[in-house]
Design a protein around this ligand. Structure first.
Ligand code: SF4
Ligand code: SF4
Length: 388
């Protein structure tokens, strides 16, 4: 039977040996380039998921993250159910930039989303200066919680995202996943009854970050569970306001930070604030899961030591913009965005001291401050006077 050749085949048959070699080289080279470009356009290189996972883990550790884990990007059904069962307590989050209910609908945020990356920043090794830690929560002092892009931890996150993107990975923007749940899905933290996330060797003195991406990875085993001893309730008993009322249940309105960051600051809560002006750590400090971690917290932080020398509640009450920018903003940049809220919180802390020596400063703040500061100063003066 006569053999049939296609026109291309016939043309190839007529070429010399060296012409065939050149043509073959051109075909192979063009195919490789085109395939690479198509992969790139689809948002990924032709790297297998094991290799990609390894590369991402290496980079995360190189950048100083303490833990990194991966989970498949499935909607957070369990989280959504829990949130909706407590919708009355948490509806203040809905529609805001921390809307974690919206951030739980992963498919809506990124239909092509394949994986979650969870990261842990460990700040448990720091020995926090005493005066500062009586007024600020440790996570805030660590400067790693919701860091700005021009801060060291913000730059670290940006470097990580840049790296993912350099691999052709698309990272979902404008989604705030519930980081604790995302990181537990990624197997790097477990829950405490105090609602905080705990990582091995770091306790709860960690800050979490999670990303949704469009590439498949090798997944870690989920650790969505509470690892607390069954009979322990030290955190619940230590909560000064009763905000933490049962295992894993908190009334956010009674937790200090809720009022501290708003112009309305509940008087039942503020009178328990003592020196605090930005957060509270009591339910973490009382926790046996943090005991050995706290014993190992010996790293000093020269910047915080410098700030502590300048930090003084009376100075905060009467601070000018320069003091605010230099001493308060670097550790109080995230939730409270107005100087006068810090001044009001300082007035309340001074009022809680019941010490008459603060009366002149409180009177000055009352005379010179705006409505928020005046309200705080008046409350503090009343609190001190009723002690007499
Ligand atoms: S942070 Fe403080 S106020 Fe809030 S639940 Fe814990 S102990 Fe209570
Ligand atoms: S104090 Fe006890 S119950 Fe509370 S988080 Fe720690 S181990 Fe769990």
């Amino acid at each position: 039977m006569k053999k049939k050749y296609s026109l291309n085949g016939y043309f190839f048959f007529l070429l010399t040996k060296s012409q065939k070699s050149i043509l073959l080289f051109i075909v192979v080279y063009t195919t490789v380039r085109l395939t690479g470009q198509q992969n790139k356009n689809r948002g990924g290189y032709s790297m297998d998921k094991h290799e990609l996972s390894q590369k991402i883990k290496y980079k995360a550790y190189e950048l100083g993250f303490a833990k990194v884990g991966f989970a498949p990007a499935e909607d957070f059904t369990e989280y959504i159910q829990e949130f909706e069962s407590r919708i009355e307590d948490y509806k203040f989050l809905i529609g805001g930039k921390n809307d974690t209910l919206k951030g739980s609908a992963l498919k809506e945020a990124m239909p092509e989303g394949k994986s979650i990356i969870g990261l842990v920043v460990d700040h448990s090794k720091t020995c926090y200066p005493e005066k500062l830690s009586k007024s600020f929560g440790r996570a805030y002092l660590s400067q790693s919680y919701m860091p700005k892009d021009d801060m060291i931890h913000g730059a670290r996150i940006k470097l990580f995202v840049d790296y993912l993107e350099s691999l052709g990975i698309n990272v979902a923007k404008n989604i705030q996943m519930p980081d604790r749940y995302a990181c537990a899905k990624a197997g790097i933290v477990t829950y405490g009854k105090n609602n905080f996330a705990y990582a091995e060797d770091c306790g709860s003195f960690i800050v979490l970050k999670s990303f949704l991406i469009d590439q498949e990875l090798e997944y870690d085993e989920s650790s969505v569970r509470c690892d607390c001893p069954p009979n322990c309730r030290a955190c619940i008993d230590s909560c000064p306001t009763g905000a933490l009322y049962a295992a894993g249940k908190i009334n956010p309105r009674k937790c200090f930070m809720f009022g501290m960051m708003r112009s309305e600051y509940d008087s039942d809560v503020r009178e328990k604030a003592e020196n605090r002006i930005h957060g509270c750590d009591d339910c973490q400090l009382a926790c046996p899961r943090n005991k050995s971690v706290l014993q190992k917290a010996t790293q000093t932080n020269p910047f915080l030591e410098l700030l502590e020398k300048e930090f003084d509640l009376e100075k905060v009450l009467l601070m000018d913009d320069e003091y605010y920018k230099r001493v308060i903003y670097p550790i109080g940049y995230n939730y409270i965005t107005k100087k006068e809220i810090f001044q009001r919180n300082a007035a309340i802390a001074l009022g809680n001291s019941k010490d008459e020596k603060y009366i002149p400063s409180l009177l000055k703040a009352y005379e010179e401050g705006n409505a928020i500061v005046r309200e705080g100063a008046a409350w503090a003066l009343e609190n001190i006077r009723k002690e007499k």
